[in-house]
Ligand binder design. Structure first.
Ligand SMILES: *Cc1c(COP(=O)(O)O)cnc(C)c1O
Length: 383
């Protein structure tokens, strides 16, 4: 298939065609962003609900050709669940939890992997690899199985056992090693060079962002083509935050959202690994590597995110902010929502809920606000 989109470097002026298997910008090593010439007609908004309830209902916004079948397990279209107990406790008018636990493989990693595996399989990749804190490995294992390709996953020894088990259930080969996800990334890249496997690490290829972009497309559709005042997002590599920022920008440019529709994006991290929060508070345009990252929220244990500069830009451009919470506080919030609202929160989702409390106390979130908080995955996978 010839692709009808191009790639633009997120950091320098480089542009490139997108045939084959793009990785990062060949000039500066920073992530590519996909640019489409298409301008989907706003009239399509009315047609969407007649399509199947997966993220591929937004195919005009996604990297697939006409008539091409994506590698899909029915990911996306997760509910926005009202959280009335939280609303009362915090004194905020409207709090929705975007429950990404309801995706195939139990987390929102399904969205990015569906898009990345679709493109790499179409380009003829025989096998895949990824370094993971847990959920990315489970998702790649499942989508690799779906595409009929071999998968090897590199995971830190601290990864919860249940997550390692789920990676193996879909046939993935799991290599457990000492260190954090950065150390696993080096091993995964070395193996990719030796074996010809394609490495789908966060932002080392351009399509996981496009899959995560559907988070933003969905929120806009679910809220009747309006945006909430604030979105609270637990940030590790930052793919989802960058993806939503890209989604809202593209929707406005095509007239699917009003030109003045705005939402403030908030990055939440754990105090034991908070490179984005540290850079935000220091006012620097880039993140610097976090020494000795430690947190039970394994998806947030990303000490040197490749997309750090992009995350900071998204926070600045949307009038957002960045907040860190302790493991103790995020675990308490996780339990509280599980008991009071009936949702199986992951620790990262607990972090987002805990941060919302801080945002209310500092006045960043006002009493009349409409807020979306992310539960990025299923809690049972960690226990
Ligand atoms: C990967 C992951 C995150 C972080 O996602 P990014 O988009 O890479 O920042 C948060 N929560 C969970 C459960 C994850 O698996």
């Amino acid at each position: 298939m010839t692709v009808d989109w191009t790639l633009e470097c997120s950091a320098c002026a480089a542009v490139s065609g997108a045939d084959g298997l793009p990785t990062v910008c060949s000039a500066c090593g920073q992530p590519w962003l996909v640019r489409y010439d298409r301008r989907p007609d706003p009239a399509l908004r009315g047609v969407l609900r007649e399509r199947p309830a997966t993220m591929w209902r937004y195919r005009e916004w996604l990297p697939v050709g006409q008539g091409e079948e994506p590698v899909s397990l029915g990911e996306g279209m997760t509910p926005l669940v009202r959280a009335p107990t939280l609303e009362r406790a915090l004194g905020v008018a409207t709090v929705w939890i975007k429950d990404e636990a309801q995706n195939p493989t139990g987390s929102f990693k399904a969205r990015g992997m569906s898009a990345a595996v679709t493109r790499a399989a179409a380009a003829g990749t025989p096998r895949f690899t990824v370094p993971t804190a847990g959920n990315a490995g489970v998702a790649l294992s499942a989508y690799g199985a779906r595409a009929g390709r071999a998968v090897r996953i590199y995971a830190p020894r601290t990864t919860p056992g249940r997550l390692l088990e789920q990676m193996r259930i879909h046939g993935g080969e799991v290599v457990v090693q000492d260190g954090h996800i950065g150390d696993c990334g080096r091993a995964s890249r070395a193996w990719a060079e030796d074996s010809g496997a394609f490495d789908v690490s966060t932002l080392r290829e351009p399509y996981r962002i496009e899959g995560k972009k559907t988070l933003g497309l969905e929120i806009a559709e679910q809220l009747g083509w309006t945006l909430p005042d604030v979105i609270v997002y637990p940030t590790g590599g930052g793919t989802g935050l960058i993806g939503m920022w890209k989604a809202f920008t593209e929707l406005r440019a095509a007239g699917w959202l009003a030109a003045e529709a705005r939402t403030r994006l908030v990055s939440v991290q754990a105090t034991g690994c908070a490179p984005v929060v540290r850079a935000w508070q220091a006012g620097t345009p880039r993140t610097s590597a976090w020494e000795d990252p430690v947190t039970v929220a394994s998806g947030l244990r990303v000490p040197a995110p490749l997309g750090g500069a992009l995350v900071l830009r998204a926070l600045r451009e949307t009038g957002g902010t960045a907040v860190a919470v302790t493991d103790e506080v995020l675990s308490a919030a996780e339990r509280r929502v599980a008991v009071e609202e009936g949702l199986d929160m992951c620790p990262e989702g607990g972090a987002a809920v805990a941060a919302l409390g801080d945002l209310v106390r500092t006045g960043f979130v006002r009493a009349d606000a409409r807020v979306v908080v992310f539960n990025t995955g299923a809690g049972w996978l960690y226990r």
